[in-house]
Design a protein around this ligand. Structure first.
Ligand code: PLP
Length: 391
């Protein structure tokens, strides 16, 4: 079956007793045992929950993996994956990385003796140079947040395999609808399902999929031991959102492509970062490993003074964190998602104070462009007036 069909059917035919089309939400935390030494397969909800299990099986199937795991947030999922590391282990990580992952690595894991080196994982020579004899994992985001840098997943996975490292890919931006890292050789996929998979800005969730039984056993042990599992209500909400993933991703991509080209033509926009643009250095690799370019666009305005005015003048697009929902959202990475990353490193990777990130929703493209047009025009004028005044 094709992905569109799998997605629409998640949860159907899972309750033969009633024939429910919409998966029942199993709130029970505990399950009766038929006899001593016997189980229905469900004992206690942290260990296994029937609603969560349907979601976990679905994401494993969509990502072409062996087993899926649902967590209370994307960060709980990322942390669970990093829990595979031991003191003195080293991990090579994409330098333009989700801020929360950087925070876990630097502030939680580093004091516990797990070290990380941040490089452009699009540059395999840089990855090799960053490696040490203690390296155990290569952690890749592609495209990256917010600079939209592309890494070659198959090449990263090959290198990892030859060195005996685990290759982990954060697939939040592309989702399995566009990109399936396990098929390209990666060992583990991690998601903030809060974003495109959920798709409606109403559920916090994380997912992990692994490609071997051994990793499945390890991840299951970690999930059950730490217990940061996704609740049944949220598992149901996520399944509900995922049913329309294919339609949403198509519209996100259509709108984002149009906006990226439109932004490129403006005088008050200095740079546009979207992997679907002809000038984007990662376009060819992205087109090879993903079947769409996604809904995230970042751009640099010509002057940092414009940014507050752009945000203030929006009428349709909302100034808010997060991404991947049906509503268009704009963020200011330097002050929000990436505030925990030191300024020097931020500037090095391009997250400067002129950079704006746009999560393009599924609204009408004409309305989105009108809104951006009004906000940018007003900001250019107000910022110019403001800087004259301050002189
Ligand atoms: C949001 C995000 C995370 C963290 O997920 P939460 O659900 O917010 O905990 C991790 N990686 C990427 C790429 C993200 O966008």
């Amino acid at each position: 079956m094709k992905l569109e069909s799998k997605l629409a059917q998640i949860g159907n035919r899972q309750d033969p007793a009633t024939g429910a089309i919409s998966l029942p939400i199993h709130h029970s935390t505990t399950y009766s045992h038929p006899k001593l030494g016997q189980s229905t397969g469900f004992d206690y909800t942290r260990t296994l929950n029937p609603t969560r299990k349907v979601l976990e099986d679905a994401i494993a199937d969509l990502e072409c993996g062996v087993r899926g795991f649902a967590f209370a947030s994307g960060m709980a999922a990322v942390h669970a994956v990093l829990t595979l590391l031991r003191p003195n282990d080293h991990v090579v990580v994409s330098n333009d990385l989700y801020g929360g992952t950087y925070r876990v690595l630097e502030q939680l894991l580093k004091p516990m003796g797990i070290s990380a080196t941040y490089v452009d994982t699009g540059d395999l020579a840089a990855v090799e140079r960053a490696a040490t004899p203690s390296t155990k994992m290569l952690f890749v985001e592609t495209p990256t947040n917010p600079m939209m840098q592309v890494s070659d997943i198959a090449a990263c996975a090959n290198l990892a395999k030859s060195k005996g490292w685990l290759c982990v890919v954060d697939n939040t931006f592309m989702t399995p609808y566009y990109q399936r890292p396990l098929e390209l050789g990666a060992d583990i996929v991690v998601h903030s399902a809060t974003k495109y998979l959920g798709g409606h800005n109403d559920v916090l969730a994380g997912l992990v999929v692994v490609n071997t039984d051994e990793l499945a056993n390890q991840m299951y042990f970690i999930q059950n031991s730490i217990g940061a599992v996704l609740g049944p209500q949220d598992a149901w909400l996520l399944i509900r959102g995922m049913k329309t993933l294919a339609l949403r991703m198509e519209r996100h991509t259509m709108n984002a492509s149009a906006i990226a080209s439109w932004l490129e033509a403006r005088d008050d926009v200095a740079k546009v970062f979207y992997p679907g643009l002809d000038g984007h250095p990662g376009k060819a690799v992205c087109a090879r490993q993903a079947s769409g370019f996604g809904g995230m666009v970042s751009f640099e305005v010509i002057h940092a003074d414009m940014v507050p005015f752009v945000l203030e003048n929006l009428q349709l697009i909302t100034f808010a964190e997060s991404l991947g929902g049906v509503e268009s959202l704009m963020t200011y990475p330097a002050r929000q998602t990436h505030a925990d990353i030191p300024e020097e490193i931020r500037n090095q990777i391009g997250v400067n104070d002129r950079l704006i990130r746009l999560s393009v929703g599924i609204e009408h493209i004409g309305d989105l462009i009108d809104d951006l047009n009004t906000a940018l025009d007003a900001a250019a004028e107000q910022a110019l007036v403001g800087s004259r005044k301050s002189r």
